[in-house]
Design a binder for this molecule. Structure first.
Ligand SMILES: [Zn+2]
Length: 296
């Protein structure tokens, strides 16, 4: 387990790729875990050694909250914006774009396939932290930066004295930025990305894959990462000019590989993601026939 000062990095299986993530444990009097998406056996070992007392969830997504249930005696806090959303299955289904794309029937279908452990995990969340104020755990200062875009509430734990920030799903993966829930927002994503590179920090820890970046590395990667947004715009605009309908656009594979679009949740996010780019491009989907209106 890698250690940065009092922080232990707990990896998820397969380089912390989705459906897992990297967790942080802050070795101090309060015994704080940031996100619970890491390898469950590693989390058990950390718990046996230290006894986790408080879990801070950066946001409600299952790859960051799914092992909360393993620590029944720990307090669990999430950001104030997502506290309510995360407490109801319907709230989560709506944030995930399921209601927007498929209506109530889609929600009922989705509910049948939900992992019970995750439901228990988010159901156990008891409280919220505040953004942008200083918490002191042991002698370690922590601020939860409000970094919306990936979700509306994503909190990024920032340790100013250590020069470390846990940037969660601003993850610099080749997939690119993910803002596909109805609570995600492209412009906010870009603004949060810029805020993070301007932060007084030397070490950036992502939730997935590579993991540790120097400030310079993070800055360089962020430029590439955010440029994927413009690339998506270009592809969608090109096809829209060719006269493709919304339904046809959702079959190409702009976010997800084409051969995975038969997975209902990927198809949902492909659709909701394309809608956001259409909006950005000033295009709307005709409610009558699904044709795109407003091609410049
Ligand atoms: Zn996420």
């Amino acid at each position: 387990m890698e250690r940065i000062g009092p922080l232990l990095l707990i990896e998820g299986p397969n380089h912390s790729k989705v459906p897992f993530s990297r967790s942080l444990y802050l070795d101090c009097a309060e015994k704080v875990l940031f996100d619970s998406g890491a390898d469950p056996d590693s989390l058990v070992r950390v718990n046996q050694e230290f006894g986790i007392e408080l879990i801070m969830n950066t946001h409600y997504h299952p790859d960051h909250t799914q092992h909360n249930y393993m620590f029944p005696h720990a307090e669990k806090w999430i950001n104030p914006i997502e506290f309510k959303t995360a407490r109801t299955i319907d709230g989560i289904a709506k944030s995930n774009g399921i209601y927007q794309e498929w209506g109530q029937a889609g929600i009922e279908m989705w509910k049948n396939n939900l992992p019970e452990k995750w439901i228990n995990s988010i159901g156990e969340i008891t409280g919220t932290y505040e953004y942008e104020i200083e918490y002191l755990f042991g002698d370690v200062k922590v601020h939860f930066l409000h970094t919306p875009g990936h979700t509306s509430g994503l909190g990024s734990p920032y340790f100013p004295d250590l020069g470390v920030v846990y940037v969660g799903d601003y993850d610099m993966t080749s997939f690119g930025p993910w803002y596909n829930g109805t609570d995600g927002d492209i412009e906010e994503f870009i603004a949060s990305g810029k805020r993070l590179i301007d932060l007084d920090a030397t070490t950036y820890i992502t939730g997935h894959q590579k993991g540790i970046f120097t400030k310079q590395e993070f800055k360089t990667e962020m430029v590439k990462y955010l440029s994927i947004i413009d690339h998506r715009d270009e592809i969608i605009e090109k096809y829209a000019r060719k006269g493709l309908s919304f339904e046809e656009l959702t079959e190409i594979g702009i976010f997800y590989p084409e051969n995975t679009l038969d997975v209902p949740i990927f198809k949902t996010w492909e659709r909701s993601g394309i809608r956001k780019h259409l909006h950005r491009l000033g295009l709307t989907v005709s409610t009558k026939d699904g044709e795109l209106i407003g091609t410049k």
